[in-house]
Design a binder for this molecule. Structure first.
Ligand code: COA
Length: 257
């Protein structure tokens, strides 16, 4: 299939999903999320032995959920929006083969959440990552309240989410967010080599290894994700959400209550 803002390319058994909306720094809108979901299904149906996720252009992996779209959402629409993002992040997490985020630039909010739903993360040295939702008057709604502490530990996750910290690649690697940081020029080759090494391993055992690792947080994560979705939706329509997102769209500093 082909989509307007998502590409799926193949190199032998390795599939690469590229979010291709560089004019908006690859921010995720409804059509892009739906396309990501379809591309992930296609890659699984075609038996990819590794799936790479990245962003088009030199500046961004995914600069987050589309703020202009979110600006006027009601609570009910926020619930649907949260579900759509959860579905894509869950599909990455449940993808039968290992997934690798090639973080080639900004990865904020929903972009950070897509990266941490992948099994592994390789970053370019110019990458910057964070869960910045607090500054928009909302909370992470696509999985970070559950997945981020697993990855970086509770204190660091709380600092990142409470303060909306934007971490450079080195700091993020030290925090445990990135497994590897390489020069911007080397990112594609480094990810391709890692994906090929994974793709050469026995596929059935690889699938079992991933499923077994995913069991670790299964029960508690499922109820945590449901809670996150309700809390995320409940913030749409609050004065701080309206102000935070209007301020971004209008290019000014927000004034919260
Ligand atoms: N949603 C919608 N549009 C976004 C976006 C987002 N999350 N992030 C960037 N864009 C758009 C900008 O509105 C701008 O569009 P325009 O050219 O039509 O005005 C374009 O992408 C380029 O962004 P700009 O802010 O001009 O680039 P910059 O280099 O000065 O700053 C960022 C880049 C990533 C630091 C800045 O765009 C930013 O902070 N984005 C929001 C990040 C965020 O909070 N994400 C979490 C959302 S849940």
């Amino acid at each position: 299939m082909s989509w307007k803002t998502v590409r799926l390319d193949w190199d032998e058994d390795v599939a690469t999903l590229t979010v291709d909306r560089p004019d908006a720094l690859n921010a995720l809108n409804v059509a892009t999320l739906e396309a990501m979901g379809e591309a992930i299904t296609e890659a699984a149906d075609e038996d990819a032995r590794a799936l790479v996720v990245t962003g088009a252009g030199d500046d961004a992996f995914i600069a987050g959920a589309d703020i202009a779209y979110m600006q006027d959402l009601s609570t009910t629409e926020g619930q649907e929006w949260g579900e759509l993002g959860h579905d894509v992040a869950d599909a990455l997490e449940a993808f039968p083969a290992p997934t690798i985020a090639a973080v080639n630039g900004y990865a904020f909010g929903g972009g950070c959440e897509m990266a941490i739903a992948c099994d592994l993360r390789v970053a370019a040295e110019s990458a910057v990552i964070g869960n910045t939702e607090i500054d928009l008057g909302i909370i992470p709604g696509w999985g970070a309240t559950q997945r981020l502490p697993e990855l970086v530990g509770d204190e660091t996750a709380r600092r990142m989410i409470f303060l909306g910290e934007r971490l450079d690649a080195e700091s993020a690697a030290q925090a445990g967010l990135f497994g590897e940081v390489v020069s911007d020029e080397d990112l594609e080759d480094a990810v391709s080599e890692l994906a090929s090494r994974i793709a050469e391993k026995p596929a059935v055992a690889m699938r079992a290894a991933k499923q077994a690792l995913n069991q670790r947080s299964e029960g508690s994560q499922t109820s945590g994700l449901a809670y996150e979705q309700r809390a995320f939706a409940s913030l749409f329509g609050t004065p701080d959400q309206r102000e935070g997102m209007s301020a971004f769209v209008e290019g000014r500093e927000p004034e919260f209550e």
